[in-house]
Design a protein around this ligand. Structure first.
Ligand code: CP3
Length: 323
């Protein structure tokens, strides 16, 4: 559940003690506590590391801030010179607190609860680096990438390199599975999908697998629908996260090749009650005959009552059968 903490009172409490969001990501004892909070409440089968996809631009030397009520704000890349000033040389040093968070969390987690590490996929991280924050239309990053492909490729190379280093070090610190978030993959034109999405992801998977062949890598390329099968085979990921637009038929066809994860729309958890129960049971009955990890299709809404999450966890634990 991405950007999940905000619906929990105990997260909001720790968050007020930190200087800002990045400070929380870089304070291992607090970040580990935040990682463990939903585990203590809901007893799921896995925990996801508390960090953010934008620690990579921060580690490369771009200015990144999280502004209350506005989300991430970056000093946008505006030309080739801005890419030249970025450096992968100190990524591991800069992100050492995150690896310490992984170690502390792994030491606290029950043995049968897996710890999932993660990073943003290069395209999605690049959108923030060029746009200077969140965007609806992706016009700036797309026009610049199309207009100056050499510079964009250099940036993708830096992201492949730094993200691979980051994920390998998460594994060394105790992460047992990895997830790559390509949240904005659907904005990429079909003719450029290989260069911007598939190939950078494939390279990261290859580098990480050479280092840690047994650690599963989950890919999540949101909103790409019929392109998921190609995304799976061409990147070499071990499992795939599904968004809530993926149909049962599509999901079953994908599941014949790789495990699937998903895909309850977070709006059902926000609404709660019978509709949430019915939808969760439908997904479980359709997908649990093959390799399947129940999850939300996307990050939980921050106004979600935690009672709804508790109820959802009960339904999943009971195997989705009516009580
Ligand atoms: O759920 C978790 O807490 C796990 C850790 C996690 C966070 N972000 C913490 C976070 C993960 C896996 C992410 C991923 C992430 N971050 C993505 C991919 C998301 C997906 O579901 O596909 C993206 C696009 C980001 C970038 C990002 N981080 C944005 C756009 C924002 C602002 C959101 C907003 O509405 O203000 C964040 C902030 C963020 N990352 C929060 C958390 C808990 C909220 C920070 C706060 O406490 O205010």
């Amino acid at each position: 559940m991405r950007q999940a903490g905000r619906y929990l009172p105990e997260y909001r409490e720790i968050r007020t003690q930190a200087k800002d969001f990045l400070d929380l990501c870089y304070t291992p004892d607090r970040a580990a506590r935040v990682t463990l909070q939903p585990i203590e409440r809901f007893r799921p089968d896995a925990a996801i590391l508390f960090s953010d996809i934008l620690v990579i631009p921060d580690a490369l030397g771009q200015q990144v801030r999280f502004v209350e009520g506005r989300g991430p704000v970056l000093e946008p890349i505006s030309g080739p010179d801005d890419v030249t000033t970025l450096s992968t040389g100190r990524v591991l040093e800069h992100l050492a607190p995150v690896f310490e968070t992984v170690r502390l969390t792994r030491a606290e987690l029950p043995a049968d609860v897996a710890l999932i590490g993660f990073a943003g996929a290069p395209w999605t991280v690049a959108t923030y680096m060029f746009e200077g924050g969140s965007t609806r239309d992706f016009n700036t990053v797309k026009a610049r990438a199309i207009g100056d492909p050499e510079t964009f490729d250099r940036l993708l190379d830096l992201l492949v390199d730094s993200t691979s280093q980051y994920l390998k070090a998460q594994v060394d610190a105790g992460a047992q599975a990895l997830q790559l978030f390509d949240t904005w993959a659907s904005a990429v034109p079909a003719s450029l999908f290989g260069g911007w999405v598939t190939e950078p992801t494939r390279r990261i998977v290859e580098i990480v697998k050479a280092h840690a062949p047994d650690v599963p890598v989950i890919g999540f390329a949101r909103g790409i629908g019929p392109r998921i099968p190609d995304y799976v085979t061409q990147t070499g990921i071990d499992a795939v996260g599904l968004d809530s637009a993926v149909t049962e038929k599509e999901a079953l066809a994908i599941q014949a090749h790789v495990p699937v994860q998903g895909n309850l729309d977070p709006a059902f958890v926000l609404a709660g009650g019978r509709p949430m129960e019915d939808e969760a049971r439908r997904i479980i009955s359709e997908l649990s005959h093959g390799p399947f990890v129940f999850n939300l299709a996307h990050g939980i809404n921050k106004d979600t009552p935690h009672e709804n999450v508790e109820q959802l966890a009960e339904i999943i634990r009971s195997g989705g059968k009516p009580t």
